[in-house]
Design a protein. Structure first.
Length: 296
């Protein structure tokens, strides 16, 4: 198979942490990108945030001003799904909720052309189940980026039961053309990365609950002795506790309550308190400007 040509319009639905990063990746790879979000103004803010990121890269000499301008010229914040009609690929990065994603894809199917590929960035939901809600499930696959999408090379190309292998192959080659390192997998709870990552978070949370160590100490050990780029608490703060808790619950339920994947009450508390990590300014750590102290 060949990758989608750069002339293919890419629609991105959801302009949060992931949608913003994915839109940047696709635009940098040469695609015209249309970004949409249910929250008014959110897509425009995401484009502004991408501009800020690219300005920073220009200042550091990692991009030329011409490259920045070309990328920004390819990015458009649009108002609604009908604006995605000419897209050849639509990547969904909205809330991690099966019913909401199904509703979105059903609506998208009535908007895009017959050859458009539909992709979900879900971390943990069944691609098979998401696709079961559309009329043509063979054109839907998982295209699972990692946070932050512009920096993380890995992308899981996830096939549901009905996914056409040529669609998965096109997405694989497209991800590679975008400078990523794609891997293929079948749709199983958590796919590969989120399945092996769950015990990483869960064991850290158990250590904290048992008061064996605080987040900063546990993170430091994993970073400095374990060779991980981030410890479990830093990583959960980066991902966002709302997202990470939803993924934990979904993987736990999907494995019929297997205790290896059991969510922690600490996660529940953080979500209930609105301490979602970096995105809200506070999680395990205090991320407010100037703060250098752990919050917990
Ligand atoms: P987020 O909460 O930062 O952004 C989600 C965005 O989607 C919000 O701006 C929200 O307004 C918008 N949205 C919600 N429902 C919508 C709808 N029906 N139509 C249009 N826009 C809608 O979430 P984040 O972190 O970007 O996650 C998005 C998806 O990516 C989830 O499925 C998540 O599991 C997955 N993911 C998240 C990762 C992470 O580290 N945060 C990593 C890889 C995948």
């Amino acid at each position: 198979m060949r990758p989608l040509p750069p002339s293919t319009i890419v629609g991105v639905v959801g302009s949060g942490a992931m949608g913003q990063g994915i839109a940047q990746v696709a635009a940098q790879a040469g695609h015209p990108v249309r970004l949409v979000d249910a929250r008014p103004g959110a897509a425009a803010s995401a484009v502004a945030a991408i501009a800020k990121t690219l300005n920073g890269l220009v200042d550091k000499g990692k991009r030329t001003a011409a490259e920045r301008d070309a990328t920004l010229n390819r990015l458009t914040a649009v108002d609604g799904l009908p604006d995605l009609a000419p897209a050849g690929l639509v990547i969904e990065a909205i809330v991690e909720d099966l019913d909401v994603k199904r509703r979105l894809f059903a609506e998208l199917e009535s908007v895009v052309g017959p050859d458009a590929i539909l992709a979900t960035n879900t971390s943990s939901l069944s691609v098979t189940a998401i696709a079961a809600g559309v009329a043509r499930p063979e054109r839907l696959a998982g295209l699972h980026f990692f946070n932050p999408a512009p920096l993380m090379a890995l992308v899981e190309i996830v096939s549901g039961l009905a996914t056409d292998p040529t669609i998965a192959a096109t997405l694989f080659d497209t991800a590679r053309a975008w400078g990523k390192s794609p891997v293929r997998c079948r749709s199983t709870p958590g796919f590969i990365v989120n399945r092996v990552a769950r015990p990483f978070y869960a064991e850290g949370l158990r250590l904290l609950q048992e008061q064996v160590g605080d987040p900063a100490s546990i993170d430091a050990i994993l970073r400095e002795s374990g060779g991980f780029r981030m410890g479990p608490f830093e990583l959960m703060d980066l991902i966002g506790h709302d997202v990470n808790f939803a993924v934990t619950r979904s993987v736990h339920a999907a494995y019929f309550g297997d205790p290896r994947f059991q969510p922690s009450l600490i996660q529940q508390e953080l979500v209930d308190a609105g301490r979602l990590g970096r995105k809200s300014g506070r999680g395990f750590y205090d991320h407010s400007p100037g703060a250098d102290r752990p919050a917990i």
